[in-house]
Design a protein around this ligand. Structure first.
Ligand code: GDP
Length: 163
């Protein structure tokens, strides 16, 4: 059959320390590190055969969490925002303003291993109020990590499947 090509860029946004790098690393290398290494900004490129003759160029941009203000970023080293969900709300507003809503978004509540068995009510509320995909994940346990990438690809209407 014919070969199709597609290019998709996934951007990981969120407060410093929420586990963006850990989620990307779990997806790419299936490993986890307990130590927090600061990310300035990293772009990972991979080419996937996504099935049905689709060749997918996946660009994964891992941002630092205070990407706008380098000075703030330095000050925040090692200190996660105690309410990282407030940052999600700010980021969502900015995305809607910049792209007029025409951008697939998945809200991820990471570190679900720290509160096992308790669904985070903020995730359910975001799903209800924003109508976007929201899921809990754990980079540490590998829970739902492939799932969040699947969900993003599903939203950009690619027929591909990740395994
Ligand atoms: P980033 O600043 O958002 O990229 O956060 P990192 O990926 O650097 O993670 C910050 C810290 O949280 C590190 O010490 C990670 O080991 C830890 N961490 C990341 N994901 C998880 C998780 O799913 N569960 C737990 N318990 N810790 C995590």
């Amino acid at each position: 059959g014919t070969m199709c090509r597609a290019r998709v860029r996934l951007v990981f946004l969120g407060a410093a320390g929420v586990g963006k790098t850990a989620l990307v690393r779990r997806f790419l290398q299936d490993t986890f590190e307990a130590r927090h290494r600061r990310t300035v900004e990293e772009l990972h490129l991979l080419e996937l055969e996504a099935g049905s003759g689709l060749r997918l160029r996946l660009e994964i941009l891992d941002t630092s969490g205070s990407y706008r203000f380098p000075a703030m970023r330095r000050l925040c080293i090692g200190r996660a925002d105690p309410d990282s969900f407030a940052e999600v709300q700010r980021l969502r507003d900015e995305i809607l303003e910049a792209r007029r809503g025409a951008v697939p978004v998945v809200v991820v509540g990471n570190k679900s291993d720290l509160a096992p068995g308790e669904p985070d009510p903020r995730i359910a509320a975001a799903q209800r109020d924003w109508g976007c995909a929201c899921l809990e994940a754990s980079a540490k346990q590998g829970r739902n990590v492939v799932g969040l990438f699947q969900e993003l690809l599903r939203q950009v209407n690619l027929p591909g499947r990740l395994s």
